[in-house]
Design a protein around this ligand. Structure first.
Ligand code: PMT
Length: 400
């Protein structure tokens, strides 16, 4: 039996392109069940999708017929959720994205979303200002953190007359994302224990002040989620971050570089792969005053001491383990990474150009070069989940 795709169509000018998507999915052998919102019906008639897919199109949460009809339609969203292998929403309007992010369920599509436990692909389309609005940015971030695939909207002239991001991605691109979402993840890290460090450290200056950096933990948490999905036991040593923990991962919370070092060294023996994506402070105040430092009118000079280099210590105690470091640089990125590979005894250094806008610290995307002893692999700009997947693809090859 062919895989069944639930295709949610939101109300926007691009709703007509969902018909092309339905066709592209069917050409790939999927059976397509279309669900339209009330607003979508204003743009395209359900009959278009019914004729294309050969299935009745679902539009209402409650049927308009008799009591029996109403009862069967009231639980139909559960049936659709159970019978579908993937849910794709295109075009996903700002309103739909907000409903999904906050768990609102007041129509067939939003109730199906909540009842659905499989992979979700979201293809947004909207006005540029709506896409850039902090509320939409936060809602999209929530969906990403939930593990949903967001097919980024294209840029160009929009129906509203503006030029910028907001166009529905090409149906072929969305169909390819649906196919990828359905591919079973290879269990190629079965039997491995992967120790990952993530996030920043905080180094106290007095009881109320500290030094830190802009690391959000997103890169390290994406690595942890990917390693877990590939079948590894994952230990995530995390500095203070505000993002949710990946499911099924053992999380060890630390604050300072010294605490991170201790947590890593305590777990080194049981680990077979170590990935150090944390942005560890290089300096700290060795003697932290007990009382808050009082303000005066003169210049304050702080004496800072270097923190222990955890990566270098792992390199010295490496044994047969694979050791992967990160290098956050603003110039000569690959050269510095290559030097770190040698000096710290790593098997791979993930070189990050953190001077580039939209990637690196606190961004949802990254662009890196994987520097290894046998060469370099550039990885183009992509969501951190995709970068994490590419990093583990190469780590698996190093294992062989
Ligand atoms: O957390 P995000 O917002 O998602 O951002 C991701 C990131 C930019 C933080 C991440 O991808 C990254 O580049 N992490 C490394 C940041 C860093 O501190 O780089 P570095 O070049 O200063 O350190 C090199 C390596 O030594 C790193 O593996 C680091 O974990 C390690 N190190 C550094 C200092 C120290 N005292 N001990 C260490 O082990």
């Amino acid at each position: 039996m062919s895989d069944r795709v639930a295709l949610g169509v939101g109300g926007g000018i691009a709703a007509y392109k969902a018909a092309e998507l339905a066709r592209a999915l069917m050409e790939r052998g999927y059976s397509v069940q279309v669900i339209m919102t009330r607003a979508a019906e204003e743009f395209v008639r359900p009959l278009t999708f019914a004729a294309l897919t050969g299935h009745k199109v679902i539009t209402n949460l409650f049927a308009t017929g008799g009591a029996e009809d109403t009862l069967s339609s009231a639980i139909e969203h559960i049936r659709v959720a159970q019978d579908s292998q993937v849910l794709v929403v295109a075009p996903a309007t700002a309103d739909l994205i907000a409903k999904f992010a906050h768990g609102l369920a007041d129509d067939f599509l939003s109730t199906t979303y909540l009842a659905f436990t499989g992979p979700v692909v979201v293809a947004p389309a909207m006005n540029t200002n709506m896409w850039n609005h902090p509320a939409t940015r936060a809602n999209v971030r929530t969906l990403r953190e939930r593990g949903h695939v967001i097919v980024e909207p294209g840029s160009g002239p929009l129906a509203c007359g503006m030029v910028g991001p907001g166009r529905l991605p090409e149906p072929e691109l969305i169909a390819a994302a649906v196919m990828r979402a359905l591919e079973p993840v290879k269990q190629d890290l079965n039997g491995e224990t992967v120790l990952i460090t993530a996030g920043p450290t905080q180094e106290p200056l007095d009881p109320v002040r500290y030094i830190t950096n802009r690391s959000s933990g997103k890169m390290g948490y994406a690595l942890a989620a990917d390693a877990k999905a590939r079948g590894a036991r994952v230990i995530l040593v995390s500095g203070p971050v505000a993002i949710s923990e990946p499911a099924g991962v053992e999380v060890v919370r630390v604050r300072t570089a010294l605490e991170m070092r201790q947590a890593v060294m305590d777990r080194l023996d049981e680990s077979t792969i170590i990935v150090k994506s944390a942005a560890v402070a290089d300096y700290h105040r060795a003697e932290v005053p007990q009382q808050k430092v009082k303000k005066t009118s003169t210049r304050l000079t702080l004496d800072l001491d270097p923190t222990p280099d955890i990566l270098a210590e792992c390199g010295r105690r490496k044994g047969n383990r694979l050791l992967i470091g990160f290098a956050a640089e603003t110039e000569n990125v690959v050269d510095y990474a290559r030097r770190k590979l040698e000096v710290k005894n790593c098997d791979m250094v993930v070189a990050n150009n953190v001077a580039q806008a939209g990637t690196g610290f606190d961004a949802n995307e990254n662009e890196v070069t994987l520097v290894m002893r046998n060469g370099e692999v550039p990885v183009a700009r992509a969501p951190k989940s995709a970068i994490a997947h590419r990093i583990f693809d190469e780590i698996v090859k190093l294992k062989k």
